[in-house]
Design a protein around this ligand. Structure first.
Ligand SMILES: [Mn+2]
Length: 344
C-alpha cells in the first residue's frame, strides 16, 4: 500500500504507529484471540497499512534485534519514529522502575534506559519516550512521594547527561508520556502539567532534551481536555511527540481508533497543530481490539489514518478569520455550530 501522507503539513508528513498496536488481543480478563505475530513480522504489516514511522519498546525490538529490524525497515520503506524502554512488562518492575523502593531495581531501570538511548540512536529514531508505566502506587504510604519525585529527577538527569555526553547535539530527545492510572491505581506524572513541572526541576543542561508525549486518550481518562493539554505543551515549547487515539469517556485505557469518539474535538486539535506549524510525527497509539479477526488486524490503523486524513483536510479549510470573529464577539455557541458545519 502507498504511504499515507498528511498534507499540507510542516515537517514530517508520514504517520507513526507502534508494533504493539498489532497485538494478539489479550486483555486483563482473557488471553489472546488471535495468533501472536512475531514483532519483526509486524514491520511489513505496518508498511502495508501505509505507516511511515514505526515505534517499539525495548522488550519488542532489543539491541540484538536492532540490525535485523533496521534491514527490514529499509526494505519496506519505514523509519524508526520512536523507541521506548518498557518500565512495566518485566516482573522486576512490578512496583515501578525509577520510583521502586528497591535501589537495585532503580539501578536496573537506569541501566535499561541508558541502553535504550543507544538503541534509539542505532535505529535512527530522533525521539525516545518514557511512559510512567508502573511508577506510582496502589496503597497510600507505600512510597514516600517526595522521595519518588527526587528519584525521577535523578533518573532523568542521569539519562540526559549520558545522552549529552555520548551524542552531544545528535542526542535523541526524550518525551515523557503522562497517564493518570492503569496499571497503578495512582500514577506519578499523571498529566501534562506534572510532566512540565518535573522537567522544570531537571538540571538546566539537560532540560532542553526533555519534553512531553501527550496522548489524547490518557488526558480523557483523567477527565481532562486533550486540546488544552496539547496547547500547554506547545506553549512550553515541549510538544516533542504525540499519541493519537480515542477514549470512550473515562474508565480504563481503551486505545480506540483516532477520530472515533470525539471527532469535533479532534478537528479542533488538528486546527491547533496546523496553526502551531507543528513538524513532528502524528502517531497512533491504538490497540487492535480482541474482536477483530487475524486478517483484519490492521483495520484499526486504516480507520485511524482515514479519520486523521479527513479531519486534517477539514481543519485546513476551517476559516481562521471566522474563528477570530467568533472569539472577538464571544459567540462561542455559533463557533461550535461553525465547527460542526466544517466537520459534517
Ligand atoms: Mn501511548
Amino acid at each position: 500500500m502507498q504511504k499515507i501522507i498528511i498534507a499540507p503539513k510542516k515537517g514530517k508528513q508520514g504517520i507513526g504507529a507502534g508494533v504493539w498496536n498489532l497485538g494478539a488481543g489479550r486483555d486483563p480478563f482473557g488471553g489472546p484471540t488471535r495468533e501472536e505475530i512475531p514483532v519483526l513480522d509486524r514491520i511489513p504489516l505496518l508498511a502495508d497499512a501505509g505507516i511511515t514511522y514505526i515505534e517499539a519498546h525495548d522488550v519488542e525490538i532489543s539491541a540484538r534485534d536492532a540490525p535485523r529490524a533496521k534491514e527490514l525497515m529499509k526494505r519496506h520503506g519505514l523509519k524508526m519514529g520512536m523507541y521506548t524502554p518498557s518500565f512495566f512488562a518485566d516482573p522486576i518492575f512490578k512496583d515501578g522502575a525509577m520510583t521502586s523502593n528497591d535501589s537495585q531495581v532503580r539501578k536496573h531501570a537506569l541501566h535499561n534506559a541508558l541502553n535504550a538511548v543507544d538503541v534509539t540512536v542505532a535505529l535512527g529514531a530522533e525521539i525516545m519516550v518514557f511512559w510512567n508505566g508502573r511508577e506510582g502506587f496502589d496503597f497510600v504510604l507505600a512510597k514516600n512521594g517526595q522521595d519518588s519525585f527526587r528519584r525521577m529527577v535523578e533518573g532523568f538527569n542521569a539519562v540526559g547527561h549520558y545522552a549529552l555526553g555520548k551524542y552531544g547535539r545528535k542526542s535523541p530527545r526524550f518525551a515523557i508520556e503522562p497517564k493518570p492510572n492503569e496499571p497503578r491505581a495512582n500514577m506519578y506524572l499523571s498529566n501534562v502539567g506534572e510532566v512540565l513541572y518535573l522537567i522544570s526541576r531537571l538540571d538546566k543542561a539537560v532540560q532542553p532534551l526533555f519534553g512531553v508525549n501527550p496522548e489524547t486518550a490518557h488526558s480523557r481518562m483523567a477527565g481532562l481536555d486533550y486540546l488544552w493539554d496539547v496547547e500547554l505543551c506547545l506553549e512550553a515549547g515541549k510538544l516533542f511527540h504525540i499519541h493519537l487515539n480515542s477514549q470512550d469517556t473515562t474508565r480504563y485505557d481503551q486505545d480506540l481508533p483516532f477520530g472515533y469518539v470525539e471527532p469535533l474535538k479532534d478537528l479542533a486539535l488538528c486546527v491547533a497543530l496546523q496553526d502551531a506549524k507543528w513538524e513532528g510525527i502524528l502517531a497512533f497509539d491504538v490497540k487492535a481490539p480482541r474482536t477483530d479477526r487475524q486478517e483484519d488486524i490492521a483495520d484499526i490503523l486504516h480507520t485511524s489514518a482515514a479519520n486523521l486524513q479527513r479531519l486534517w483536510a477539514k481543519a485546513a479549510r476551517v476559516d481562521r478569520k471566522k474563528v477570530a470573529g467568533f472569539r472577538a464577539t464571544q459567540r462561542y455557541t455559533a463557533l461550535a455550530g461553525y465547527l460542526a458545519k466544517c466537520l459534517y
